[in-house]
Ligand binder design. Structure first.
Ligand SMILES: C[S@@+](CC[C@H](N)C(=O)[O-])C[C@H]1O[C@@H](n2cnc3c(N)ncnc32)[C@H](O)[C@@H]1O
Length: 267
């Protein structure tokens, strides 16, 4: 991992070592809890089209697929790290085979919005510990802003069909990785490769330090739930709920894109 001045401007998420460091995150018991909480609120059904934002290796995409017993119409995972594409390819083989059209990885930097998708493309969207990393630098002042984060929420609202749910997790302000680590200790006894588990956990901790440092600078956004709620409202979402998960170090949010009144009346 490179650190120091370079990390101030470079987005390490797009690099292979950073992407790979989080591939075994799903083995941590607090992450398993977070995944279960997210999928319970997502509640995918047959025929639905889903977006997984900041999908990484596709753990949420896979869970959406499996929870619906392979009956969702489509899951598209979006992530800035190209190396995640290999995992989606393997996943398609393992789950089916499943066609590329139904389970696809798209390399894309969500700081730029979601202009590759038309309005109302998806029935619902999920995101696991990812949207906090939408970063935007105001070149005039040299200060980090929440412009990309705010735009991303508005973009999710745009690409959802009316009535669509956005279920996502974000870290709490000043998350304690030590608490996540402590609750993960039991995972060592259950995993098949304890040494790899320890090495991967150590790597995640190192990147975790970088994430917290950048959040303090205002680049990444570990926000109080009240702020996230206000931002979701500003982006046009309603029926906003949240709960704590991930050893108390992340919120899971569920919000809905309202159905326009005329359409709701017609039902
Ligand atoms: C903590 S990982 C979570 C991965 C996955 N959602 C999961 O639950 O396992 C954060 C993910 O956000 C992605 N990410 C960060 N910044 C991004 C950006 N600007 N555009 C697209 N993806 C981004 C990273 O590449 C990484 O895969």
């Amino acid at each position: 991992m490179r650190s120091g001045h370079l990390s101030i401007i470079q987005n390490l998420w797009a690099t292979e070592p950073c992407a790979k460091a989080f591939w075994s995150q799903q083995e941590l018991p607090p992450y398993r809890r977070l995944l279960a909480d997210t999928i319970a609120w997502a509640d995918p059904k047959a025929g639905e089209r889903w977006l997984d934002l900041g999908c990484g290796r596709g753990v949420l995409a896979q869970s959406i697929w499996e929870k619906s017993e392979g009956r969702v119409a489509q899951v598209i995972g979006v992530d800035c790290a190209a190396v995640n594409a290999d995992h989606f390819q393997r996943l398609r083989g393992r789950l089916g085979p499943v066609s590329l059209d139904r389970l696809r990885f798209v390399r894309h930097n969500f700081n730029e919005g979601l202009n590759l998708f038309a309005d109302g493309t998806f029935h619902h969207a999920v995101s696991g510990l990812s949207i906090s990393y939408a970063d935007s630098l105001d070149t005039a002042s040299g200060a980090w802003t929440t412009a990309a984060y705010d735009r991303l929420l508005a973009e999710v609202a745009r690409v959802l069909a009316p009535g669509g749910r956005f279920v996502f997790s974000v870290n709490v302000p000043e998350p304690s990785w030590a608490k996540v680590g402590f609750r993960s200790l039991t995972g060592i006894f259950r995993c098949r490769r304890p040494l790899r588990y320890l090495v991967d956990s150590w790597r995640m901790l190192r990147y975790g330090r970088w994430l917290k440092q950048e959040a303090r600078r205002g680049r990444f956004h570990f926000l109080p739930w009240q702020t996230v709620t206000a931002k979701l409202q500003a982006a046009g979402f309603a029926e906003i709920e949240h709960r704590l998960s991930y050893a108390g170090q992340a919120y899971v949010f569920r919000a809905r894109k309202p159905v326009p009144t005329e359409a709701a009346d017609a039902w």
